[in-house]
Design a protein around this ligand. Structure first.
Ligand SMILES: *Cc1c(COP(=O)(O)O)cnc(C)c1O
Length: 348
């Protein structure tokens, strides 16, 4: 019963339950009080994560949102600004936390369709040293870029932004919630993609299937500072090794297989694009997200379609009044993909 799912759930890869191997490791995990730094499993996860990201140290946090918040708080002060994309997760979906808790100003510039920020826009956005202006401290990039279609961002582009940031005295934070999807899609390593960034966050609880948690990586000095901020936010966890145990398996066993999710996303996109009334919205998927839109002539609302699919035991995400987002993951197989294509063709 543990592993039977009543729905084919494509709303997100966050819906992934831990694998049987993770549950076993969680049950058997060696634990201690992590606030005293005495949880060997958390320590092991943090070291492993830092190594994968090519940074000195790592910090296990409750969520991606908490990790991004801690990274911003550690690298800016009240009244400073962080420059980011207008379609970025930090701007759109983190409850305004950076200004609520850090007094940090979100300076947004347009995301390009490929998820990048234009270098000229960035150069212009960085403020001069002038008492009229907030102090620009940080640039935030996102990889893969969720709202732009789950698109991977290249190491070469990230380096360009890192170089610009560092030349102008800013830092670069990489919201790499799905950085391993990007690495697999671009046939490179997360380390390569994260190299230009001062701090990088990634999620264990998305395509990598762990139940809870993210890790933020950076220099030893920055991670010490962030450990203190995590405690201030109430994020110091005790026997968190139970959770970290699943995270270790996520990093060691679940990265390579993301290619399967990407393959399934392409199959799904192919099948859906052939249905009269549907069209691909952000192009062919490059990772695990399929964005699909209802053609203008179709008078049916996306909400109606969503409900009809639900009655067929399929759950999909809605982006806005014309668009769906479907995310493939570990618990979605080839048979599910075919079932979803058939269901869409019946309800559209
Ligand atoms: C999911 C996500 C986050 C936040 O992660 P949570 O664990 O859901 O808080 C941050 N950035 C991006 C790009 C994401 O997709």
């Amino acid at each position: 019963m543990l592993y039977s799912f009543p729905y084919i759930d494509l709303r997100s890869d966050t819906v992934t339950h831990p694998t049987p191997e993770m549950r076993k490791a969680m049950a058997e995990a060696e634990v201690g009080d992590d606030v005293y730094r005495e949880d060997p499993t958390v320590n092991c996860l943090e070291e492993l994560a830092a190594e994968k990201m090519g940074k000195e140290a790592g910090l296990f946090v409750a969520s991606g949102t908490m990790g991004n918040l801690i990274a911003v708080l550690a690298q800016s002060s009240r009244g400073d600004e962080a420059i980011m994309g207008d379609l970025g997760h930090t701007f759109l979906f983190e409850g305004g936390g950076i200004s609520a808790f850090g007094g940090v100003f979100a300076h947004i510039i347009p995301n390009q369709p490929d998820g990048t920020l234009d270098i000229c826009d960035l150069e212009t956005a960085i403020r001069p040293i002038d008492i009229h202006c907030p102090i620009s401290r940080l640039i935030i990039l996102e990889n893969t870029h969720n709202h732009c279609g789950g698109v991977p961002i290249s190491a070469a582009y990230t380096k360009q932004v890192g170089d610009l940031a560092h030349t102008r005295g800013l830092r670069l934070h990489l919201d790499g919630a799905r950085i391993f999807n990007a690495a697999v899609a671009l046939n490179t390593s997360a380390k390569e993609l994260a190299a230009p960034a001062d701090t990088v966050l990634f999620c264990l609880s998305k395509g990598l299937c762990a139940p809870v948690g993210s890790v933020i990586c950076g220099s030893r000095a920055l991670i010490s500072k962030m450990r203190r901020i995590r405690k201030q936010l109430g994020g110091g966890m005790r026997q968190a090794g139970i959770l970290a145990a699943a995270g270790i398996i996520a990093l060691e066993k679940m990265v390579e297989r993301l290619a399967e999710d990407h393959y399934h996303a392409k199959l799904l996109a192919d099948g859906l694009a052939q249905i009269n009334g549907l069209e691909l919205y952000k192009g062919m998927p490059q990772t695990n997200m399929v964005f699909i839109s209802m053609k203008e002539k179709d008078k049916q609302a996306v909400g109606e379609v969503k409900e009809k699919l639900k009655s067929k035991k399929i759950l999909v995400g809605i982006v806005d009044r014309r668009h769906f987002r479907l995310v493939t993951h570990y618990w979605i197989d080839r048979k599910d993909i075919n079932a979803v294509i058939t269901a869409f063709s019946e309800v559209i």
